[in-house]
Design a protein around this ligand. Structure first.
Ligand code: SAM
Length: 213
């Protein structure tokens, strides 16, 4: 990871969990060696939801629901989160945890490839989280921006790839993330910040034409 372990531990020491189910999920992640956003990025997602007017959330690559549950716990009772995930077994685990945390009424799951599913969606979202296979990042970006409301926020995980993005790409996933970050930076309707938290989090606000200047 790109943050010094002492700093990472210090941040974690200040990071309480809003629900004990998240701890159980983190243990499952560790046991399965399954990458999840972790508590510091979970808190960042909650911060965005609490600060902005977020009622509709889309997550692409929701795994077994860890990041989605962080967001659901912060959403108001009438807000909704839609999760797209290719692996049916992960969706089953996510449903189990959402039930346990009393958040099932806020979530709907779509089993499928986000690259195919997102273009079929009709509504726009206040917040979109992108955490699919990294090779798919450049392809999905225009589809996600289409589904983001003006003023909405696209959050992208792993934008710094443990720092590997800084040199010539040594693997296809890093090359794809470099391409994605370049597309973000060049988009005239996105305002980006790259946050060096955990594995790098991209925050991109969709601007209105008026804001482009
Ligand atoms: C890094 S994990 C997600 C972790 C989750 N966001 C969290 O922090 O709890 C990535 C997930 O995306 C799923 N995935 C990968 N490519 C996908 C795609 N094109 N469409 C939908 N899901 C995808 C994988 O099955 C995996 O569960």
């Amino acid at each position: 990871m790109i943050v010094h372990p002492d700093i990472e531990n210090y941040i974690h020491s200040l990071t309480s969990l809003p629900d004990p189910v998240l701890e159980e999920m983190a243990r499952e992640g560790e046991a399965r060696n399954f990458p999840i956003i972790g508590p510091a990025v979970g808190r960042l997602l909650v911060t965005l939801i609490q600060f902005g007017h977020v009622h509709t959330v889309l997550e692409c690559g929701s795994g077994f629901g860890y990041s989605a549950l962080w967001m659901a716990l912060a959403l108001s009772e009438n807000a909704r989160i839609t999760c797209i995930e290719t692996d049916e077994k992960n969706i089953e685990r996510a449903k189990y945890y959402f039930e346990k945390a009393g958040q099932s009424h806020k979530v709907s799951f779509i089993c499928g490839n986000a690259l195919e599913v997102v273009p079929t969606l009709k509504q726009t979202y206040d917040l979109i989280v992108n955490d699919i296979d990294k090779e798919g990042y450049p392809l999905i970006l225009p589809r996600l921006v289409e589904r983001l409301r003006t003023g909405g926020m696209l959050v992208t995980d792993n934008v710094l790839r443990q720092g590997k993005v800084t040199g010539p790409a040594s693997d296809p996933a890093t090359a794809a993330v470099q391409e994605y970050n370049r597309l973000l930076a060049e988009a005239d309707n996105l305002w980006n910040s790259f946050i060096p938290l955990r594995d790098g989090v991209g925050l991109s606000v969709k601007l209105s034409k008026k804001d482009k200047g």
